[in-house]
Write a protein that binds this ligand. Structure first.
Ligand code: 5HY
Length: 244
């Protein structure tokens, strides 16, 4: 099977780390391709970034359809473009936030989310409601480490770990969810340090896609997620025309 992991930001060094984390859990029969779009923001830390990431994500899904991808991971904690991707993909599409929250909900009564900048916590709260996880999520905490500093700042792991501990004690939760794809390679260290399950969405989403494809399950195409109506788009988006 072929799982395509899309890092919606254009920072390929982060994409390489995400790909390594996905491959580390994928089964022997699963090949993983991790990509960044050719266009978009270098990191996603605002609604503006998230909106501008979506065309690039959809372009990668279209390429995946041409290349025969069996399923997709959207490797950004805001799950940007997830619904649109489900309309144009033939295989399942899973976002790392959705996969991480569902995984965490199977490991305890409640979980805390630790993400990057405080300004992104509102979006994460929206996703808890969207995924039916508002009750299970006891708190969302920002470590205030910018996305790209997770790799460049030597203190990043220590800072994120400290925020995870604060979150556990403030929330009284059982599990921690890492709220950024850029934290994927910190997961094992943090879990060993704090002694509770720590869920990385990249691994959770990769294995969720692998499981769905193994069960020959995919997005229902009868209604909301059927192919979008044929339409011509203009200007910079002309290439997204669906005129079949
Ligand atoms: C992510 N941004 O996972 C999100 C994290 C966030 O570029 N990759 C990004 O803070 O929303």
């Amino acid at each position: 099977m072929f799982v395509k992991v899309v890092n919606p930001n254009t920072t390929w060094s982060m994409t390489a780390r995400i790909g390594a984390c996905a491959r580390a859990v994928a089964g022997p029969g699963t090949s993983v391709e991790a990509v960044s779009p050719a266009m978009g923001p270098p990191s996603i830390e605002s609604h503006y970034d998230e909106a501008l990431a979506v065309p690039g994500i959809l372009e990668e899904i279209r390429k995946g359809e041409r290349d025969g991808a069996d399923g997709y991971v959207i490797a950004c904690f805001g799950d940007p473009g997830l619904d649109a991707a489900r309309e144009i993909a033939s295989g399942p599409v899973v976002g790392i936030a959705e996969a991480a929250m569902h995984t965490a909900s199977m490991l305890g009564r409640s979980f805390s989310i630790v993400t990057t900048l405080g300004r992104t916590t509102g979006r994460a709260w929206d996703l808890t409601r969207r995924y039916g996880m508002r009750e299970a999520c006891r708190g969302i905490h920002a470590c205030e480490v910018p996305v790209l500093a997770l790799d460049s700042d030597p203190d990043a792991c220590k800072i994120v770990t400290g925020t995870c501990l604060d979150a556990l004690y403030e929330d009284g939760s059982d599990v921690v969810v890492l709220g950024c794809a850029g934290m994927a390679d910190l997961c094992a260290r943090i879990s060993a340090d704090i002694g509770v399950p720590v869920v990385d969405g990249v691994a959770a989403a990769t294995l969720t896609v692998q499981s769905l494809v193994t069960m020959r399950l995919t997005t229902g195409k009868r209604g909301e997620f059927s192919a979008p109506p044929p339409k011509r788009y203009s200007g910079l988006l002309e290439g997204f025309t669906t005129d079949r």
